[in-house]
Design a binder for this molecule. Structure first.
Ligand code: SF4
Length: 351
């Protein structure tokens, strides 16, 4: 056998990859970016709700538009339940918001553990891989460098595993509910992402075709209805809607979702460590197990140190009055009116 043929003979069989077939009618670019046309064209209008202020404002804004068009029956609010990593009552709040909006609510949850359990599992997988590669290269497996297990801005597996994947399963369910239309079911997938949040988000289009989520049976269009909105516009929409918002904002958090987000700013994670010290300790235990800091260049152990220093200096945090966050943007009078509206239709979220 020639050296060249021998090379081919030894080469591992190529991995079988399943080709995703997107229906030929799914275009490369959206046919329209006009909100009313997007809503009318959709068989399902899926509102992704983390329970946070941006998705809340997006949901009430889209529901108001859909109500004018008589399309509320096509709306489904979906919340990806992240388990105990979320702030308390986030799922109940998302459900309550959907109930008040008069639209269907669905919860999805990833199988196989929360963010911490997944980080540990991922670490052992990466470690085994690094050791195998080292052995193959005749190197000491004990000295093999293991790739980071924590999610990060460049490896945001938390979003794909815990949110995007389970939401795509719901899309499959919704498509089956529609039955055979003789064409792909059109899903308008609405996200609360805003340009003002970060440079990568600023680059996102307000409307785009989601080809990875589309297939032979569904045509998914992503719409970011509040992409160009400022913080003030978001809070004004919350005041307008009269929907309850999460109390973590009153405590001073700038974002919701995971209470300790790998992408969160330092002020947020330190505040979260003051409010959830036991959960912070769990992160420290995982940091030890995987031998890496939770955030690039900032360990949970350091975060806890800073949180304790603040507690020592200012005393334990005291519960702020309801409406603290909102009043910064809309003033005290509008906040009082908002709180009265929330109260009138209030459910006990702590129940
Ligand atoms: S909130 Fe942060 S940590 Fe949680 S899933 Fe999103 S990016 Fe990941």
């Amino acid at each position: 056998m020639s050296a060249q043929l021998a090379l081919f003979a030894e080469a591992p069989a190529p991995k079988k990859t399943r080709l995703r077939r997107v229906h030929p009618s799914v275009p490369e670019v959206p046919a329209t970016t006009i909100p009313s046309a997007l809503l009318r064209a959709a068989d399902w209008i899926l509102l992704n709700s983390s329970g946070g202020k941006d998705s809340q404002a997006m949901a009430s804004h889209v529901c108001a538009l859909a109500a004018k068009l008589g399309l509320l029956h096509r709306i489904v609010v979906v919340h990806a339940d992240l388990g105990d990593i979320e702030w308390a009552n986030t799922r109940k709040l998302a459900e309550e918001q959907a109930r008040r909006l008069g639209v269907r609510f669905e919860v999805v949850k990833a199988e196989g553990g929360d963010l911490l359990a997944r980080t540990v599992a991922r670490f052992f997988k990466l470690k085994a891989k690094a050791e195998t590669e080292a052995r193959e290269q005749g190197l000491d497996p004990a000295a093999a460098k293991v790739a980071p297990a924590w999610p990060s801005s460049s490896a945001r597996w938390c979003t794909s595993d815990l949110k995007r994947g389970p939401i795509r399963k719901l899309m499959t369910r919704l498509v089956n509910e529609r039955g055979d239309l003789g064409r792909p079911v059109r899903i308008l997938n609405c996200l609360g992402q805003r340009a003002a949040e970060s440079a990568p988000r600023a680059k996102l289009a307000a409307v785009e075709i989601d080809r990875p989520a589309s297939n032979g049976k569904r045509h998914v269009t992503t719409w970011r209805p509040v992409h160009g909105w400022s913080d003030v516009e978001v809070w004004k929409e919350i005041a307008r809607s009269g929907l309850p918002y999460h109390e973590a904002y009153d405590w001073g958090m700038s974002r919701l979702s995971c209470s300790f987000c790998v992408l969160g700013c330092e002020a947020d994670v330190v505040l979260a460590a003051r409010l959830r010290p036991k959960k912070a300790d769990e992160f420290v235990a995982v940091e030890k197990k995987v031998g890496a800091d939770f955030k690039h260049g900032l360990s949970m152990a350091q975060i806890i140190e800073r949180a304790r220093a603040l507690d020592a200096e200012h005393g334990e945090l005291q519960r702020p009055p309801h409406g603290t966050a909102l009043s910064r943007y809309v003033g005290k009078k509008a906040t009082r009116e908002y709180l009265a509206r929330v109260e009138r239709g209030r459910l006990d979220l702590a129940a």
